[in-house]
Design a binder for this molecule. Sequence first.
Ligand SMILES: NC(=O)c1ccc[n+]([C@@H]2O[C@H](COP(=O)([O-])OP(=O)(O)OC[C@H]3O[C@@H](n4cnc5c(N)ncnc54)[C@H](OP(=O)(O)O)[C@@H]3O)[C@@H](O)[C@H]2O)c1
Ligand SMILES: [Zn+2]
Length: 338
Amino acid sequence: MAKMMAVQVGRPKGEFELVERDIPEPKPGQVRVKVEACGICHSDIFAKDGLMPGLEYPRIPGHEIAGTVDKLGPGVAGWKVGQRVGVGWEGGHCFTCEPCRRGDFITCQHGQVTGLSFDGGYAQYTVVPQDALAAIPDELKSTLAGPMLCAGVTTFNALRHSGARPGDLVAIQGIGGLGHLAIQFASKMGFHTVAISGGADKKQLATDLGAHGYIDAQQADPAKALAEMGGARVILATAPSSKLMSAVIDGLGVDGTLLIVGAGTEPLQVTPLQLIVARRSVTGWPSGTAKDSEDTMRFAALTGVRPMVEAFPLEQAAKAYERMITNKARFRVVLTMP
Ligand SMILES: NC(=O)c1ccc[n+]([C@@H]2O[C@H](COP(=O)([O-])OP(=O)(O)OC[C@H]3O[C@@H](n4cnc5c(N)ncnc54)[C@H](OP(=O)(O)O)[C@@H]3O)[C@@H](O)[C@H]2O)c1
Ligand SMILES: [Zn+2]
């Protein structure tokens, strides 16, 4: 059987291991993708550290996949071998159950999660459910398309459903993989975009990404600064810190929403009064479907939104992940395949 290179995690909190594996065969309804690039998302920590119940190991992480269709499983229609495709978190949905019909794909019993419930993109090939495929526009090369499949779709989708209108004050908290794309999307969507980070060094970067304003949380209280600007309609919280999220709630204006995408595990702190006084709300947003990813990439192709990436060969996955997890990456680390 033909072999491929892959990087797997052998057990929860185990090291990344470079291994040779059989090239997987697509079953009915599945497609084999030849991976060209795979972004390293902070959420890969769930596979790396075993942070979800019921995970099986060894597991190949990676859910920001860009590549080409390599082989169609029985019964797959609508995709051609050689076609450029991306794969994000979600696939395997039935689109007929009650949650699916409500648009709640996360709780579909057939839903599977790339890089968690099946092997993902830290490999030369991966096999995915056909509904996980998103067509990649010509304008986006694979290293720039990969991050759109999670960091991109999550922030684009959250912002476009946030209720904010052009000209509204929208703050982006945390400038990492998600945050640096969120700033660009918010700015291109016509929001008055303010970035919140720590330190002076990210100010110029935020401005270059299209932010109209920058709050250095080491110098000023972000909640106070936003309140002085009239209060934010939306604060998109991308930093995985419940403490930081809780601390900005008073920066929301009337009907303002703290829109959470950063996956903090600690409880949030908010008093009922903080919410009541200005009809504020706190809500979360999960990534999106393949159709949402296509919308994201079309919008990016149209408006020039692009991730800033650092490319590493697959063999250096451990080093690349380390750059992400220690907040050194500017801003998305992407693995490229041999
Ligand atoms: N909702 C979803 O569907 C979804 C999808 C993808 C990812 N996520 C989650 O979103 C979060 C961000 O992912 P990402 O890939 O953008 O991560 P990332 O590239 O590592 O960036 C996270 C950023 O958050 C800020 N930060 C502040 N406090 C931090 C802390 N204690 N630890 C780490 N970062 C901290 C840093 O920016 P500053 O230096 O500017 O503060 C950092 O660059 C993660 O929790 C991830 O699991 C959720
Ligand atoms: Zn992700």
